[in-house]
Ligand binder design. Sequence first.
Ligand code: TYD
Ligand code: MG
Length: 449
Amino acid sequence: MKVRSQFVCQQCGATYNKWVGQCNNCQAWNSLVEQVVEPEIGKKSAIEKGKQSGKKLEFVKLKTIVPSDKKARLLTEFPDLNVVLGGGILMGSVSLLAGQPGIGKSTILMQISAEVAKKHDVLYISGEESAGQVKLRAERLGANSERLNFASSTSGNDIAKTIESGEFDLVIVDSIQTLAMDEISSAPGTVSQVTNCGNLIIRAAKATDTAVIIVGHVTKEGTLAGPKVLEHLVDVVLNFEGDRYGGFKTVRAVKNRFGSTNEVAIFEMGETGLKEVQNPSAALLAERTNTDGSIILATLEGNRPILVEIQALATPSNFGYPKRTASGFDINRLNLLIAVIERRTKLKLSDKDIFINVVGGMKLNDSAADLAVCMAIASAVAGRKLGEEYVVFGEVGLGGEIRSAFRADQRIAEAKKLGFLHAIGPATVHDKFVIPAKDLRETLIKYVK
Ligand code: TYD
Ligand code: MG
């Protein structure tokens, strides 16, 4: 029987036989998605018949349910990544690994496959690379298990059928953007293909309790190219971020139905694939020379405390409009902090170009980075260094007040571990290690101006 498809507006649910740019019903633009119509022969809709076909649900006592969390988990060779996953890859779970092209998704998945294949049956499906290419990478990574299999395919139907066979414990699909379903005419990578192929694969995985990891490429802006929708369908969404060329790369769960989303694993790409970085603070500070504009921030990556160097550079503006650039730090936050510095201290920044760099390719997402950024700017402008023995943390309010930072104890512990003697931090922290800072102006005058 021929399967038909129709176009459904994702806003209001109106259906069309042909694609149109704007929904006639709700006027939304570009909201139509192609979906397969399940054939209905001689069936009248329930509403037409005036009754519905539902039946009373079967229910069980919540107490008696065995949570799926207690099910077996497949362990990767990376302890931190296992923590990010909530204790390993859960059987029957579908995860999405999202990241920019070239970041190392295929590499890490081959490493995971190789490890899991020591005890389980694993199938690596690639729609992007030939068997030869994949073999070369596998050799380089030392993947040579008997139970590691490879298939090359771009058919969503075939892949789902293969998963349904139940022959594999773990299936890797690299990548969702290359897949197409026979019933749908649109090109691979479009929302309709991604949603429908994703749904097929998820159904197959759940039916056979197969763990599946799907690769999704993201665009430079950080959105999943095409399949943002996929994030809602899968159980776990892992974001692979960082610099494509050197530096640290992080894997964090932005969604995890079976674990916390606060954990992060930090990787470095080497000759033989990705390695977890055991002591990121030490690695980040190894090349440091203490100059003006350089401040050590005690920050957190997920649940992990990390010390990173923040560098600021200030140069006279050549044109009327001063330039502000930030790498690894939010540019809007930087502009806000510059405004606070100008208003609350006597430092004049309107005639200076200001550049902020977070060393090691780290992307800061921590409000307690404010004080370190402000001190780095002041230090760069004044040409005065902060002593080697200090780390800094604390949020800066619009009034120039220094506000508390969460998990101060962890930040302090990490700084102590790496041999620092003092922290300049919020006055709310009661620890001898911390020299309390209440006000931005006072702090800058005392230490760097
Ligand atoms: P890849 O995993 O193919 O990235 P993605 O699948 O996310 O597009 O490769 C990432 C880069 O890593 C690639 O440029 C080659 C490099 N690389 C190494 O430096 N060492 C290695 O051992 C491997 C396998 C790759
Ligand atoms: Mg790849």
